[in-house]
Structures are given as structure tokens and as C-alpha cells.
Write a protein that binds this ligand. Structure first.
Ligand code: BDP
Length: 658
């Protein structure tokens, strides 16, 4: 969108609708008593991100590790009166119906369509007898937005913030002698102090109310959106692995930092499998930490054209490993030099889209077929990149992006942060966003596909849909906020550039703090509507001015586009038709293609997606997809394919049989 200066059609006086409450990233509850019967080893407190016991590693099987996916049909009950905890629903969920995990609840049940309050999930599991004497971890891929977890009726911890994993060490709390009852309360209350948030009714007079009212343009799908796993590790185990790659000549340098549990000390080995056989590098772990570099001669670098991956195996111990963990890595470098982005030392241009995790019925629940289909279509259209707008995507999507060779801009959930809001609310969001960044970088740091972190999308000096003036201190508040946020991200990951995505007309003081300038631009749609010649001239001036104001930095235009109702055509083209969308995107590619400092173009967006009900959104859908929600190409998709992949519509041989 563009920051609006329009006069409201009607001003709505809102009363204070939301209670302000404390925010925080994750809360580990005080050590819960170990289950009396069948306890294997003494309980240790639940873990949280940032806690030295937190294990950010994706659960994987190895010679020393087992994984059990608890996905499936769980029991489910809404709790609109918030009585579940006082009535001890964690002792056994009555009057429950079935829900698949992972899935959003909103599109399954009519009474839950616009429900964002507390909902309870319950399942049972047996502990594998082979896990006796081992550590047992319980890991959630994502719960939107807050989750509180009970095991056998005992609270083990909470997590705040959607789209990112959290884990608990449940050794000793999971019984070996009978079924274990796992209960999770999830709520997605639309609150001021969350990231993302709703507009502040104390400082905002909206002239357009959407339902549900959010400050962002996608439906607030709720629930356990990703798998829940149990996994077992040895008592002394690998807690984290951090990989940073560089090269000297043709040799790849893979620097690996290992963190072992409980301050373990001893010998370890790193091994990288290559065509010429395994390359091994010994490593000493002291007080739980050790770092070494593996040299890979004649390294096959990772790039979109050749997404070469190596398997790195980390082993603790001598001949018989105490613990073993393997992951895929890519050897590549990423750097910003002047107004270029260099991948492996060569300038790179990003062609792709902003996307959403969004599909029929399951909402934002993990759907592996949709990920594969989307990635196939990205290849079909000639894209090499996407942004995880407007929140971190699933770990499975990131692994597949490594394999497909997509250049990914990894985004936090901070969409439409508004700096006209009250100071204590902004502060609560800052605390939450810092925690989200820690979790995100901790989770995705080893993916070669991630070449840029986006701290936020379209931060605002005042909300959309208000004619209130911009408060005098709004820009300064945001400037301080982002100085802190950028500093935090850079200290956590010095190996990647950091950016934020600006709204058209947004403050230069914010976006210019990035290493790369990411800008959303809606000429021809929200601004200069329907007039492509004028929109082209405005666009050229806008982006050239932005480049001058931000200094010699590369620019990625991270959003531009038009809504198009599939099947609507117009000659000459007009707004809402497939033809206008295609012409507008072609115009952007033309203008931006002539500006040498523009290093990326991401039309908004990949596919149509679900939004709130709004006078702006036909059928509660944002129709700016170049594919429909069921992934069929609109005219713009064919135009992009011709432009990006060089495949013409006249080429009827274009589908090659396998
Ligand atoms: C931008 C947002 C994006 C919206 C898009 C639009 O970044 O989330 O969906 O505009 O309005 O404001 O289509």
C-alpha cells in the first residue's frame, strides 16, 4: 500500500477495545515435579529460545537420535470464556471434537471462522521403550500466537510469538509406563502489544473497519500450524551447530561452531561428504563449545543455477560417537558492495515474489504438496527468489528452498508496526520482536538460501485508513526502534545483510538503516491508479530519489502489483483485469530494469490469498496473485514466464515429459 493522505469516508470513534498486557518471548515455568511413576531421569526445567538448554536444531534421525512426529488427529475444544485453565481442562479434555495437526482451525469449523480466543488441543503418546535412559524433547514447529503446554496435567512452559519453533526437555516428565497426555492451549487474541498488532483505538480513528480488524492485509489464521515432534537424544548431546562459509581460491572454508549440552567437554569430529570421499576435521569441545574449520578443495558452490549441497555430520566422542547430527549445508558467500549484491563474488539479480503460507481449508497449516507445487511454479516462471512475507515460513520450506536454489529474504512477523501508538505498546513490541529475531536467526542461520534478513514490512508513522495527522515524534520513535533492532540482528548474524521493507512514502530514516534498501511501491494501483504512463514516470522518480537519499545502496523492489480477478479482461486494459495486472507488472520490470542499482524485482504477489472481510477485498481475497489461490496462472504469469524464463506462449512444446 501507499501511506494514505485520503480524507475518511466516515470517521469511526473507537473505544478502547483491548487491554494492554505484558509481552515477552517465551516463558519457562518453574521446574515442574517429575511424574512419579515411570520417571526415567530427573526432570530439568522447560527450555526456551535464548536459554542455553534450548535446542534450535530441526529434529533428525541419526545413529544416536530418534524422531517421532505427533501430527495427526488431536482433540480440540474452543474456550471462549477462558475457563479452561481454572477448570483444569489439562486433566482431560471433555466435549472435544477432532482437529488435524498441523492446521489452522478457522476454515474447518463455522463457529471458529472468526475465533481467535483460547482453544485447547489434546493428544496421547506412548514413550518408545528404546528411549529409556535418554533425553526426551518435545518440539513445536509453530503455534500462533501463544501456547501453554501441559504434560500429564503438569504445566511445562509457554511460548509467545507465532511462526517459530519452541521446545521443552521433558525427560522424566514423560512416563515410560503408560500413555502420556499432552495438552496445549493456543490463543491468537488480536492485541495491541503483539507482533503483528491491531490498530491502537486510543490513538487511531479508522475510517475503514475490516473484520477481523488487523493492521495487516492477511487473515489471522490461528492454531498449531506446524508439526509437533518428540525426539530423543543421548544425555550428552549436540545442542546447536552454526555454519559459516567462505572460500579462498577454489577451496571452500566451512567454519563450524558446535554447542554441546551441559557444558560437556571432549573430542568431536566434523565430516563433510564430498565426491572425493569424506573430509574429516577433529574438534575439541570445552565447556560445551568448540569451533573448527573444514577445508573443502575444489568446492562446488551453492547458487540458484547450481544449488549444490553437502552433508555435514557432527559427532561427539571418539570412535563410537556419543551423539551424531547431520545437516545439509551450502558453500556460498553473500556480500553487499556499493549498490550491488554479490553472491559468490558475482552480482546477482533477484527475480521472484512475496508469498504467503495460505491455502484452502488448512489456512496456514503446513502443507508439503503446496510447498512443492509453489516451488515448481517458481521454477516454471523463471523465478530465483522469494520473500517469506510477512513471517518466517516452515522449516520444511526453507530446506526445500536450499535444494531448489531460491534466494530467500527471511522476514520477521513485524508487519505494519505503527509508531503513532503509545510508548509502552511500542516498547512491548520491541521486546517481542527482539525475541522473534533471536528465534528466527537461531532457526534459519544455516540455510544457504537465506541471503538477507528483513526486520519488518511496511512500518508506519500512522495506521492505514486514518486521516489523523502523523504525530511529530513518530519518525524519531521509529528511528530509535530500528537502530536497536538492526543492531540486534547484526550482532546475532554478522554474516548476512539486514534490511527492512519500506512502505511507499515511508521515512527514509528507517529504511536507510538497512544494508539493502527494500521498497514496496504501488504506482498504477493505490497511487496514480489506472494510468500506467503516469505511473511509470512517478515510479522512476520515486526509486531514483530513494536511491539518492539512501546513499549508494542496492534496491530491491519487494512489492508492486495490481488485483486481478481471474477471467476478467479488458482491451484497453483496465484495473482489476488480468490484462491490467500484466501490463502494470511489465511496466515495473521495464522501468526498474533500466535502473542499474535495482538488484531485485518481486511482484506482489505469488498467489491470491485470504484476507479479512473488507470493502477492498472481493471474497475476502487479495487478488494480486499472478497465480490464483488454487495455483492456476493468470495472464501476468505467462508474461513473466516469457520475460524471466524466455518461454513464449507460442511454444506449445513447453511441457517436457519427464
Ligand atoms: C502492502 C503489504 C501487503 C499487502 C499489499 C496489498 O505489504 O501485505 O497485501 O500491500 O495491499 O501494503 O495488496
Amino acid at each position: 500500500m501507499a501511506e494514505t493522505t485520503a480524507t475518511p469516508a466516515r470517521a469511526i470513534d473507537l473505544t478502547r477495545r483491548q487491554m494492554f498486557g505484558a509481552a515477552g518471548a517465551a516463558v519457562a515455568l518453574a521446574s515442574a515435579p517429575a511424574a512419579s511413576a515411570g520417571a526415567v531421569t530427573p526432570a530439568i526445567p522447560a527450555s526456551k529460545p535464548g536459554d542455553p538448554r534450548f535446542t534450535p536444531l530441526y529434529p533428525r534421525e541419526s545413529a544416536t537420535r530418534s524422531v517421532r512426529d505427533l501430527s495427526g488427529l488431536w482433540r480440540f475444544r474452543l474456550d471462549p470464556k477462558d475457563i479452561g485453565e481454572s477448570q483444569r481442562w489439562f486433566d482431560g479434555l471433555r466435549e472435544a471434537r477432532r482437529i488435524p495437526v498441523p492446521c489452522s482451525w478457522n476454515d474447518l469449523f463455522d463457529d471458529a471462522a472468526n475465533y481467535f480466543g483460547a482453544a485447547w488441543y489434546e493428544t496421547e503418546f506412548q514413550l518408545d521403550p528404546a528411549w529409556h535412559g535418554r533425553r526426551v524433547h518435545l518440539r513445536f514447529g509453530s503455534a500462533v500466537y501463544r501456547a501453554k503446554v501441559w504434560l500429564n496435567g503438569v504445566a511445562i512452559g509457554e511460548h509467545l510469538g507465532g511462526h517459530l519453533p519452541f521446545a521443552f526437555d521433558v525427560t522424566g516428565q514423560a512416563r515410560a509406563d503408560g500413555p502420556n497426555r499432552l495438552t496445549v492451549m493456543v490463543e491468537n487474541k488480536l492485541r495491541l502489544d503483539r507482533v503483528p498488532a491491531i490498530p491502537d483505538p486510543d490513538t487511531t480513528h479508522l475510517y475503514q473497519e475490516d473484520f477481523p480488524q488487523t493492521s495487516y492485509d492477511f487473515f489471522p489464521y490461528s492454531g498449531l500450524h506446524r508439526p509437533v515432534w518428540l525426539h530423543s537424544t543421548p544425555d550428552n548431546h549436540i545442542e546447536d551447530v552454526r555454519v559459516t562459509t567462505s572460500r579462498t581460491g577454489t577451496t571452500g572454508l566451512v567454519e563450524v561452531a558446535v554447542r554441546a549440552s551441559g557444558g560437556w567437554s571432549g573430542p568431536a569430529t566434523l565430516e563433510i561428504a564430498t565426491d572425493g570421499g569424506p573430509i574429516r576435521q577433529p574438534l575439541v569441545i570445552r565447556d560445551g563449545a568448540g569451533t573448527a574449520t573444514v577445508r573443502v578443495p575444489a568446492a562446488r558452490l551453492w547458487s540458484p543455477e547450481h544449488p549444490n549441497l553437502y552433508t555435514l555430520t557432527v559427532r561427539l566422542g571418539d570412535a563410537t560417537p556419543i551423539d551424531e547430527y547431520a545437516l545439509k549445508i551450502g558453500i556460498r558467500t553473500i556480500a553487499v558492495q556499493g549498490d550491488r549484491v554479490l553472491l559468490n563474488g558475482e552480482p546477482v539479480h533477484l527475480r521472484g515474489f512475496g508469498k504467503h503460507e495460505d491455502f484452502f481449508l488448512h489456512g496456514r497449516g503446513l502443507d508439503l504438496p503446496v510447498i512443492i507445487r509453489d516451488f515448481e511454479l517458481l521454477k516454471w516462471i523463471g523465478a530465483n527468489s522469494f520473500r517469506t512475507s510477512h513471517y518466517p515460513y516452515s522449516e520444511e520450506a526453507m530446506m526445500l528452498a536450499d535444494e531448489y536454489g531460491f534466494l530467500v529474504i527471511g522476514e520477521t512477523p513485524a508487519v505494519s508496526l505503527t509508531f503513532s501508538d503509545r510508548a509502552e505498546i511500542i516498547e512491548a513490541r520491541r521486546v517481542q520482536l527482539r525475541a522473534d529475531i533471536e528465534d528466527l536467526i537461531s532457526r534459519d542461520k544455516n540455510h544457504p538460501c537465506v541471503i538477507l534478513w528483513s526486520m519488518a514490512n511496511e512500518s508506519l508513522t500512522k495506521p492505514f485508513h486514518t486521516a489523523d495527522p502523523v504525530p511529530a515524534d513518530s519518525v524519531a520513535k521509529g528511528t530509535r526502534f530500528f537502530a536497536d533492532i538492526f543492531g540486534h540482528a547484526r550482532s546475532l548474524d554478522p554474516s548476512r545483510p539486514v534490511a527492512m521493507v519500506s512502505v511507499q512514502g515511508g521515512p527514509v530514516e528507517w529504511v536507510s538503516q538497512g544494508d539493502v534498501i527494500c521498497a514496496n511501491s504501488y504506482n498504477g494501483w493505490y497511487a496514480v491508479s489506472g494510468r500506467l504512463e503516469d505511473a511509470a514516470a512517478t515510479l522512476r522518480t520515486e526509486i531514483t530519489t530513494l536511491h539518492q537519499k539512501c546513499g549508494a545502496k542496492p534496491i530491491i523492489v519487494t512489492e508492486f502489483g495490481a488485483d486481478a480477478m481471474a477471467g476478467v479482461h479488458g482491451e484497453p486494459s483496465q484495473m482489476w483485469s488480468e490484462d491490467y495486472q500484466s501490463d502494470l507488472i511489465a511496466m515495473y520490470l521495464d522501468v526498474l530494469g533500466s535502473l542499474p542499482f535495482v538488484v531485485g524485482t518481486h511482484p506482489w504477489c505469488f498467489a491470491d490469498f485470504r484476507t479479512a472481510q473488507s470493502i477492498m477485498r472481493v471474497g475476502s481475497l487479495n487478488l494480486k496473485g499472478v497465480f490464483t489461490r488454487d495455483r492456476q496462472p493468470k495472464r501476468a504469469a505467462h508474461m513473466l514466464r516469457e520475460t524471466w524464463a524466455g518461454v513464449k506462449a507460442t511454444d506449445w512444446h513447453r511441457v517436457q515429459p519427464a
